[in-house]
Write a protein that binds this ligand. Structure first.
Ligand code: FES
Length: 146
C-alpha cells in the first residue's frame, strides 16, 4: 500500500516538473542548440611576402570579412598600402595597378595606386583602403580604413 502512494507521489512530481519546464521554457535535459553565428575565432589576416610586391606592382589577397579581392601595392619603394578591387562606381573589379593607377574596365574609371583617389570618373569615391603592416619580409593586410 505504501509503495502505491509513493509511486503516485513520484508520478505527480514528474507531472509538476514537466509542467514547470513547459511554463518557464527550460529543459535541462535537452541538448544545447547549435548556433548559426560565425566562429568567434577570427581567421588569420591575409599575408604575402614583401618580395612578391614589387615597386609599382601588387599582390592580391582576399578580405576575410567579405571575400572581395584586395590589392596590396607598393607605389614607391618601401611604401605599402592596400585597396579594394571593387570599383566604387558600379562594383566591377578593377585591374591590378599599372603605371601608378588601377583601371576599371567596365566604364573607364581610374584610381591612384598610392591613395585610391579617383583620377578619372565616372567613379566619384576613392577605392576603400586597408591598413598594411610590414614585419620582416611579410606584409599583412590590416583592417578596412575607409
Ligand atoms: Fe568601374 Fe563603372 S564599375 S567605372
Amino acid at each position: 500500500m505504501d509503495g502505491g502512494i509513493a509511486a503516485v507521489a513520484i508520478g505527480g512530481a514528474g507531472l509538476l516538473s514537466g509542467s514547470l519546464t513547459r511554463t518557464f521554457g527550460r529543459n535541462r535535459t535537452a541538448a544545447p542548440k547549435q548556433s548559426a553565428a560565425p566562429d568567434p575565432v577570427a581567421a588569420p589576416a591575409p599575408a604575402v611576402a614583401a618580395a612578391s610586391v614589387p615597386v609599382g606592382g601588387s599582390a592580391q589577397v582576399k578580405d576575410p570579412a567579405t571575400g572581395d579581392a584586395v590589392y596590396i601595392v607598393q607605389p614607391k619603394a618601401g611604401q605599402y598600402c592596400a585597396f579594394s578591387s571593387v570599383c566604387t562606381h558600379s562594383g566591377c573589379a578593377v585591374d591590378a595597378p599599372r603605371n601608378g593607377q588601377l583601371y576599371c574596365p567596365c566604364h573607364g574609371s581610374r584610381f591612384d595606386a598610392a591613395t585610391g583617389a579617383v583620377v578619372n570618373g565616372p567613379a566619384v569615391k576613392p577605392l576603400p583602403r586597408y591598413g598594411v603592416t610590414k614585419d620582416g619580409d611579410q606584409l599583412t593586410l590590416g583592417p578596412l580604413q575607409s
